[in-house]
Design a protein around this ligand. Structure first.
Ligand code: FES
Length: 317
């Protein structure tokens, strides 16, 4: 079961609680007190912040609590301002939100079923509701959670209360998680993971092309270099219009400049909202949504970050 909603609504911040170094938990409610839409563990919402910045945050409260959503925001002073704007929200502030959306498609395990959770840094947020669901179902679960320092460890009390099913790896204390061993120990169990791209890349390497691995990156970091530095052309199939994308602009920017509407959200290649069918041409995939298998099998591209690997591509727009 998955949920997808693009309805934008106004919410009010009803609590703001520091939960770790540079991390605050925000509790969000409908101003009229009405119940919020249903969601499943792993779902996220978009917060629409000042200057049109949109940032995604995983819901880390309980899906049973329809009165309030909770997200945790890591402040990144070197970012583009979205996390700072979200981190600076105060109780009583109003903020617009879209969603929830379920990118993970989490399936609650059965009693005694083995499940392996892996998280890094703020990537714990979508994993927490999954852990609670696995525990409630009586599953045989473990969580390996990597953080830089103990001060940067959010939700420490809740994690500690779950005893030795939770293994904390503090890299600042020399405690790095051995991902290869964790994957071996997991056997055939599904692996649900969220964290920095470097960690997820290592995990993909450890599992190989393995359907039991379900991952979600929480941050973009730097985009990979484009394979072509030259401008390229994009043909809009419905109108035959041909637009030139210069090296310093995205396909999405150029389409919007020319009044070709494409739904978008993160504009960083992480949410999948701008997925567009490619009718012809070779794509230089730079997103963090599609797996290698999906890139090979489906002719789509995330137009906010991906580019052409050839002089012209034709899009089904
Ligand atoms: S807008 Fe999110 S992947 Fe393009």
């Amino acid at each position: 079961m998955s949920f997808f909603s693009d309805i934008e609504r106004e919410l009010v911040v009803t609590a703001r609680t520091p939960v770790a170094e540079s991390v605050v938990a925000l509790e969000l409610r409908a101003p009229n007190g009405r119940p919020l839409p249903a969601w499943i563990p792993g779902a996220h919402i978009d917060l629409v912040l000042a200057d049109g910045l949109v940032r995604q945050y995983s819901l880390c409260s309980s899906p049973d609590d329809r009165d309030a959503w909770r997200v945790a925001v890591l402040r990144d002073d070197d970012g583009r301002g979205g996390s700072v704007a979200a981190h600076d929200l105060r109780a009583g502030d109003r903020v617009r939100a879209r969603g929830p959306r379920s990118g993970f498609g989490f399936e609650t395990p059965r009693a005694r079923e083995r499940v392996c959770f892996i998280a890094g840094g703020i990537g714990i947020t979508p994993i927490l509701p999954m852990v609670r669901a696995a525990e409630a179902a009586g599953a045989d679960w473990t969580l390996d959670y990597s953080v830089r320092t103990r001060a940067a460890l959010p939700f420490a009390d809740e994690l500690a209360a779950r005893g030795d099913r939770v293994r904390i790896h503090v890299s600042g204390e020399g405690g790095r998680a051995d991902l290869s061993q964790i994957v071996v120990d997991a056997g055939d169990a599904p692996v649900w993971a969220c964290g920095p791209e470097r960690m997820l890349g290592a995990l993909r390497e450890a599992t190989g092309p393995d359907a039991r691995l379900h991952v979600e990156p929480f941050t973009t970091g730097n985009l990979p270099s484009a394979v072509r530095r030259e401008p390229f052309d994009v043909e809009v199939m419905s109108s035959g219009q041909v637009l030139t994308v210069p090296a310093d602009r995205s396909v999405l920017d150029v389409l919007e400049d020319n009044d070709v509407f494409v739904l978008s959200s993160c504009r960083e290649g992480t949410c999948g909202t701008c997925e567009t069918v490619v009718v012809d041409g070779e794509v230089d995939h730079r997103d963090r949504v599609l797996s290698e298998a999906e890139r090979a099998s489906s002719p789509v591209m995330m137009v906010c970050v991906s580019r052409a690997a050839c002089p012209r591509i034709v899009l089904d727009l």
